[in-house]
Design a protein around this ligand. Structure first.
Ligand SMILES: Cc1ncc(COP(=O)(O)O)c(C=O)c1O
Length: 434
């Protein structure tokens, strides 16, 4: 346990004691809990957050990686200020949602049509329903370690042993047709399709496995899955909730040059406000048209769907990204590549077996493993990683323990250099260092 963390975060500790009395486990998202207790934030700006004790951190968690332009970027703040004067919730369509959808259509290869909702978990739930409705088949093949939000069907096989429900209270029947296979292993997906005996509706994956270790797909793997789905009349879908508008303007499908039938988005697409989105081929999305008489797929409830504040923030963000894509993405890619390399070098210099995975501006440091999938990632030293993240916090850098970091356009070369330098100091302080 880092004593400097405890000493420096007393107010967060006190808030956590109060939070435990009102929230189960003291948190409102399970990923936000870490030992001994999580930081509580008092404000955020650009690449920085301030905790309840007033301590400033360079933030790499960036609101679950949703904030590619940093905290409260000017285009988003201006758009929100303007929108608040025009209403905060319509419960009706508006020009804003059409404009945001048109921007997304321009950027994302598969997005012939789409539907907005409010969370990623909702988007992935809709995506599964669309795939089953379109194909008339049942089996969903997802990846071991693949995290698609807390909806009932997909909440399976996220953690070891990678083939079980993640929760009590979910019936076995509700997940009976969801199979988990090893990521980056085409043969495993082929076997699962074969075992489904003509019943494979959907092959669904994050092109960069997020919670499963921030592991990018190997280039031929996605092409192989595309061909596999086509051969067997299944749909291929990407969960781009992390990778969308991050690894390229067109997301991972733009980056890898493989177009799925469907994709889920969230995070960046909402510009820091709540948003989920399912996009894909017109033929599939058309099943959700409420005037349809046959094979109607009921997606798109949601009191707050296409909420004008989310639309305004999303539009300001996606438009800014499109206008500046030529400079933003090469810079973010270089920042990510350099950071992964510099952090690994800092650890290697102290004889510590650490490897930083990721793609574009995403990164996650593993101890004792250089994973290609969630099984390998799970074998990494979790205590070392928690110790690393707590030490970084004590040195003014915030990475949520166990989760990828996301570099924003606000992070400076000095910020990134500091991350590598402080990683090296942490490495030097370890007993196993040479
Ligand atoms: C890949 C992926 N899918 C789905 C989700 C769920 O999104 P939400 O938290 O908005 O429900 C997340 C959230 O972190 C995610 O990373």
């Amino acid at each position: 346990m880092s004593s400097s963390y405890l000493e420096g975060t007393r107010r967060s500790g006190k808030l956590f004691e109060r939070a435990k009395k009102v929230f189960a486990g003291g948190v409102n998202h399970n990923a936000r809990f870490y030992q001994p207790y999580p930081l509580f934030v008092s404000r955020a700006e650009a690449q920085h957050i301030w905790d309840a004790d007033g301590t400033k951190y360079t933030d790499y968690w960036m609101g679950h990686m949703a904030l590619i332009l940093g905290h409260s970027p000017k285009p988003v703040v201006d758009a929100l200020r303007g929108q608040i004067g025009h209403g905060t919730h319509y419960g009706m369509g508006s020009g804003l949602s059409v404009e945001l959808a048109e921007e997304i259509q321009l950027a994302v290869p598969c997005a012939e049509m789409m539907r907005f909702c409010n969370t990623g978990a909702e988007a992935t739930m809709y995506l599964v329903r669309l795939a089953r409705g379109y194909t008339g088949k049942r089996t969903v093949i997802k990846m071991a370690g693949g995290w698609h939000g807390y909806n009932t069907e997909l909440n399976k096989g996220v953690h070891r042993p990678f083939d079980r429900s993640e929760s009590a209270g979910i019936l076995e029947e509700e997940q009976a047709f969801v199979k988990n296979v090893r990521f980056n292993d085409l043969g495993a997906a082929e076997r699962a399709v074969k075992e489904a005996e003509g019943d494979a509706a959907l092959i669904f994956l994050e092109p960069v496995l997020g919670a499963g270790g921030c592991v990018p797909a190997e280039p031929d793997y996605l092409k192989g899955l595309r061909e596999l789905a086509d051969r067997h009349g299944a749909l291929l879908a990407f969960d781009e909730i992390i990778t969308g508008f991050r690894v390229s303007l067109g997301g991972a499908q733009g980056f890898y040059g493989v177009t799925p039938d469907l994709a889920s988005f969230g995070k960046i697409a909402g510009g820091g406000l709540p948003l989920g989105l399912v996009a894909g081929r017109k033929e599939v999305l058309s099943l959700a048209d409420p005037t349809r008489k046959e094979s109607f797929v009921s997606i798109g409830g949601g009191t707050f769907s296409e909420n004008p504040l989310s639309m305004a923030a999303g539009l300001a963000t996606v438009r800014h990204l499109r206008k500046h894509a030529g400079s933003i993405y090469p810079k973010l890619d270089k920042a990510g590549r350099d950071t992964r390399k510099a952090v690994d070098k800092a650890f290697a210099a102290e004889g510590v077996d650490a490897h930083t995975t990721g793609l574009g501006s995403l990164f996650l440091t593993h101890f004792g493993v250089a994973p290609k999938d969630a099984q390998e990632s799970a074998r990494g030293d979790k205590d070392a990683r928690l110790g690393y993240c707590l030490e970084l916090m004590a040195r003014g850098i915030f990475i949520l323990p166990g989760h990828p970091g996301g570099i924003s356009t606000c992070h400076t070369p000095q910020d990134l250099k500091k991350l590598a330098v402080e990683s090296g100091k942490f490495a030097a302080s370890l007993p196993r260092a040479k």
